[in-house]
Design a protein around this ligand. Structure first.
Ligand code: NAP
Length: 251
């Protein structure tokens, strides 16, 4: 008899997280769709359940230690012990260094790094108890450096070190930890960047596509495809890796 595995996907109300959540549900996992606003998760939950899957909406700020612990226990009770975690929640607060406020720095570190740390720490005991688990962290090509993103690139590079260290620590418990580093993906996040740069989203997409070897920008499903691979039980010998999903080489 096979038991249904339970996944938590953070920042899953929209964008890449929503695509990952629906893909993991289609792969047969029960999915906790976690985001800041619980009501905003309902659309993704409805989509999963309409397709015959199992999902719940969970509203939590991933940078809130007490709320994260509560949320993970709620998932364990209502859906099953979470042995798959996708740390996807993210924000941008772009600015050149001389204009970047301390709040912009702290907010980005809080969601990406503190959030991934708190969520991983809360979930790992379920994975260790089960003797298997999967953690997937969303890094970015910005980890390699990107003008106007000192906070974001530092956080995304930090997530790569975090990934490799957890892979070393948790491997003996059957837990793999990998990172996906997307290039340009068409979501509300890149739409916000277009607005900040004063161009239409369409112009921004067209310009980005010209720089990408495969000749198009990425879609959330491109990232969901990579997440599905890392989460698959058959990928147990792949750990501590950073997979750039960017339509071409990154340097
Ligand atoms: P998005 O459309 O902006 O979605 C991000 C989601 O995270 C939103 O639903 C947001 O909720 C949620 N979130 C923000 N802060 C949170 C918190 N403290 N706790 C819980 N949830 C929170 O972004 P996306 O483009 O899908 O990006 C997803 C991930 O991929 C991010 O980590 C991002 O850095 C990474 N990434 C994206 C790209 C790209 O080109 N789009 C490229 C490389 C990496 P609200 O709606 O309530 O704010």
């Amino acid at each position: 008899m096979t038991t249904t595995r339970t996944a938590i996907v953070t920042g899953a109300a929209r964008g890449i997280g929503a695509a990952v959540a629906t893909r993991l549900a289609a792969d047969g996992l029960a999915v906790a769709v976690l985001d800041l606003d619980e009501a905003a998760c309902q659309g993704v939950v409805d989509q999963i359940t309409a397709a015959g899957g199992s999902a719940i909406a969970v509203g939590v700020d991933v940078s809130d230690e007490a709320k994260v612990a509560e949320a993970v226990e709620r998932v364990a009770t209502e859906l099953g012990a979470p042995t798959v975690l996708v740390n996807n929640a993210g924000i941008i607060r772009d600015n050149m260094l001389f204009k970047m406020t301390t709040d912009d720095w702290d907010a980005v570190m809080g969601v990406h790094l503190r959030g991934a740390f708190l969520m991983s720490r809360a979930c790992q005991k379920h994975m260790v108890d089960a003797g298997s688990g999967r953690i997937v962290n969303l890094s970015s090509t910005s980890a390699l450096g990107n003008r106007g993103q000192a906070n974001y690139s530092a956080a995304k590079a930090g997530l790569q070190g975090f990934t490799k260290t957890l892979a070393i620590e948790l491997g003996r418990f059957g837990v793999t930890v990998n990172a996906i580093a997307p290039g340009f993906i068409a979501t509300d996040m890149t739409r916000a960047t277009a607005e900040r740069m004063g161009v239409t989203f369409e112009q921004f997409l067209e310009g980005a596509a010209k720089q990408i070897p495969v000749g198009r920008v990425g879609q959330p499903d491109d990232i969901a495809q990579a997440a599905s691979f890392f989460v698959d039980e058959r990928s147990g010998f792949v750990s501590g890796q950073v997979l750039y999903v960017a339509g071409g080489p990154t340097s």
